[in-house]
Design a binder for this molecule. Structure first.
Ligand code: DGJ
Length: 751
């Protein structure tokens, strides 16, 4: 298990509980990728790649007599530059004379207990289990003196392998990186489908599955953020793979800026995945002795289908990516004032919302945008992180005291990386914004992006936010980011280093977050970028939860949260019950169904509870009590998708099962009522087949129309005992729901 180097065979083998990853050195000391997949035993894998003389696939000078051995055909661990491998490359490096070339040769390696860390970048950790081992393989290019350190983190029990790459200039000239990917993964055989998660603002991470073309397909963002549009997470799976069966691979960059994952099927049918920072407008100058670290990528593999792959990522993100006390702690049910008031509030209005919320069992009030500077709409004030005393007389303290007196915690919204043109900060420091010389800056939400690559900007924000958090009892911070990056030009970088600005921005953000989360370990930080515009593993290293989407419509959320669930755990998905008609779609859904959808996330409210009828207010109380009762199961349980809402139009269903298979909660929302409908039949998943389970409760929510036939029959099952295999194989027929968007929750417990 762990990491082994076989000196005779010259292979490196990384073993996790159920996977094997193998590399080997060839006759020229190049590092070939030999295998990644379900665990295998011994055998000479290099022999599986016999020489193949492909026309127009060139040979290394030393191999000119052996024309079958071509870098263009062999599976590579990390490509060089300009070496005769015409497939996707990991690296473009330029010498002072303009030449671009690098050819890796093995130099040394080291194996260590524990997980490597990356300077300045988020990376998985192993604080809890002490299970990880790290491998560093050092490759060198003799002409430039450039060294490549390939880093591998092997998490045996979690079944996860992480990768990263460090480029160190060991030569005497200044080198320029024009592309520096994090990793390359070659799958020499197999025909794959690719799953990725695309979207837009207020409709993030829609799952899409397509067979790979014999071409290059790319999932990327050039927005300076991981983006609403293409999430940095790609799955390759066997064409026959489904939720329960089939070989699946996941590639998840731990990075929040512009990213790029390319997948190429080559002339031999080999599939190559290259992932890392987007290289458009990227460059990085490496003076002698300097190093550049490419972000980490989390790899997972299973032969047990997509659910198993998702659960691997869920567990790993919760245990090994997220940090701090909130990973597993009970998080407060919150009320956020954004959709209740937008910018139009004062202390009394906020307290009125808090009072009602407290009476119904809500545990924290979050004050959203508009509490600072001159911020009465979204055209001004960003950057002026001083309390707007017209709205909040006497500052934050009196308001927080009033909220705390209700027995509630207090949370606050910030958007530190941005500046409004109409702000004191911009008037004092126009050079702090990213703007192109001689051009009017491109505007988005009437705001500009601060140059987070500047140490003085990071220092200013550190000081302002430290002041805010140190002087007020703030339990939670919602960290927003509401536009993408344009005009990428830093006033502090010389002309030939402007290609560094976008990545330096991310390093500045990570530094600020590292400082603040370390300084304030008892504050729960939630990420946000106009909803889920930066929902990625990099951000999850600082934020235990991220606002999933600005679309709070319960029915749309079913699709968004379904897509999100492929890579990210329920405990990371910010989800709230909001008002109806919904502010984004105009749709009306039952209050309980909105809660069922929000309970597939961190759960909270975002509406003026004072506007609810007494009956609705009573429902809120019931919802919080229900969530409280099942908190452990929902947040810490295993998540099973029972339907694909993009395919099954009639209803969406999902299930939580605790790790011990002792209890489960089945959730179903009717999304499309039908006349003379077929039965709603679900097959449960994840139970112990031989164990006996009792249907403890079956709650029908928001079924305003008379249920059709079958209600009585379905209710007859409540209190009855079934074996796990019966519930999974024969399944269970739920009540026949009718009307607009009713839902069902069925709780089943082992007897
Ligand atoms: C975008 C966020 O996603 C919303 O929840 C809200 O915080 C607004 N920004 C405030 O400007």
């Amino acid at each position: 298990m762990g990491i082994q180097f076989d000196a005779a065979a010259r292979t490196f083998t990384l073993s996790t509980r159920s996977t094997t990853y193998q590399m080997g050195l060839d006759h020229l000391d190049r590092l070939l990728h030999l295998y990644y997949g379900p665990a295998i035993g011994q055998g000479d894998l290099a022999a599986m790649y016999p020489p193949a003389d492909r026309g127009f696939s060139p040979n290394h000078n030393a191999d000119r007599e052996r024309r079958g051995i071509s870098p263009d055909v062999l599976p590579q661990e990390y490509t060089g530059c300009n070496t005769g491998d015409f497939r996707l490359s990991c690296l473009v490096v330029r010498e002072e004379n303009g030449a671009a070339g690098a050819e890796w040769r093995y130099a040394s390696h080291s194996i260590q207990k524990g997980k490597y860390a990356l300077t300045g970048l988020p990376a998985a950790h192993d604080e809890e289990n002490d299970e990880a081992e790290s491998l560093c393989i050092r490759m060198e290019d003799s002409v430039t003196g450039l060294a490549l350190e390939l880093l591998y983190g092997v998490f045996e029990r979690q079944d996860i392998i992480t990768r990263a790459a460090r480029l160190v200039n060991g030569g005497s000239q200044t080198l320029r990186l024009e592309k520096a990917a994090s990793m390359c993964l070659d799958l020499p055989f197999g025909r794959w489908d690719m799953i990725h998660f695309h979207g837009r603002h207020a409709m993030e991470r829609r799952m899409e599955r397509t067979p790979l073309m014999n071409a290059i397909q790319t999932v990327s963002s050039t927005r300076g953020a991981s983006s609403h549009h293409h999430n940095p997470f790609v799955i390759l799976c066997d064409r026959k793979a489904n939720e329960e069966h089939g070989l699946c691979y996941g590639v998840m960059p731990v990075y929040s800026g512009s990213h790029r994952t390319d997948v190429e099927v080559d002339q031999n049918g080999l599939t190559r995945i290259v992932s890392g920072i987007h290289d458009e407008r990227f460059s990085w100058q490496l003076a002698p002795g300097e190093a550049f670290t490419a972000p980490e990528v989390i790899l997972a593999c299973t032969e047990n289908g997509l659910t198993a792959l998702s659960q691997q990522y869920h567990r790993f993100i919760r245990h090994n990516v997220c940090r701090g006390e909130f990973r597993f702690a009970r998080r407060p049910v919150l009320i956020n004032n954004w959709e209740a008031t937008y910018f139009d509030f004062d202390s009394d209005a906020i307290v009125r919302i808090a009072e009602k919320a407290a009476a119904l069992g809500v545990e924290m009030l979050v004050l959203d945008d508009g509490w600072f500077g001159k911020r009465n709409d979204d055209n001004s004030g960003l950057g002026d992180w001083f309390v707007n005393e017209q709205k909040l007389p006497g500052g934050l303290s009196p308001l927080i005291e009033r909220v705390n007196a209700l027995g509630m915690k207090f949370g606050i919204w910030v958007e530190p990386e941005m500046v409004s043109e109409d702000s004191d900060l911009y008037r004092a420091h126009p050079d702090w914004a990213l703007t192109l010389p001689g051009r009017a800056p491109v505007m988005s939400r009437n705001q500009m992006v601060l140059d987070m690559g500047r140490p003085d900007v990071v220092d200013y924000l550190t000081e302002r936010l430290t002041d805010l958090l140190a002087n007020n009892p703030i339990a939670y911070v919602k960290w927003d980011m509401n536009r993408n990056m344009t005009d990428v030009y830093s006033r502090v970088l010389p002309a030939d280093r402007q290609g560094e600005a976008a990545h330096r921005y991310m390093l500045g953000v990570y530094k600020l977050l590292e400082t603040l989360t370390t300084r304030f370990p008892h504050v729960l930080f939630e990420g946000c970028a106009g909803g889920g515009g930066r929902f990625d593993a990099g951000m999850l290293a600082y934020f235990t939860q991220i606002w999933c989407s600005d679309d709070t419509d319960a029915i749309e959320r079913l699709v968004i949260q379904h897509g999100t669930s492929f890579g990210y755990p329920v405990s990371s998905m910010g989800a709230h019950v909001s008002a109806c008609p919904n502010h984004q779609t105009g749709r009306t859904t039952p209050l309980w169904t909105r809660a069922v959808a929000a309970m597939a996330g961190t759960f909270g409210y975002e509406l003026d509870l004072n506007k609810l009828s007494d009956e609705e207010a009573a429902q809120v109380k019931e919802q919080i009590a229900f969530f409280d009762k099942h908190y452990q199961l929902i947040q810490n349980g295993l998540y099973y998708r029972l339907t694909d809402p993009t395919e099954e139009e009639r209803y969406a269903a999902w299930q939580f099962v605790d790790e011990e298979q002792g209890e489960t909660l089945v959730n179903l929302v009717l999304t499309h009522p039908e006349a003379n409908a077929r039965p709603l039949h679900v097959w449960l998943r994840g139970l112990a087949p031989d164990a006996l389970y009792r249907v403890e409760s079956l709650d029908i929510h928001g079924c305003h129309a008379a249920p059709q036939a079958g209600l009585d029959l379905a209710m007859e099952g409540v209190g009855k005992v079934y074996s796990g295999s019966t519930l999974m194989r024969a399944g269970y027929t739920l009540p026949q729901l009718a009307g607009d968007y009713p839902s069902v929750q069925m709780y089943v417990k082992r007897v």
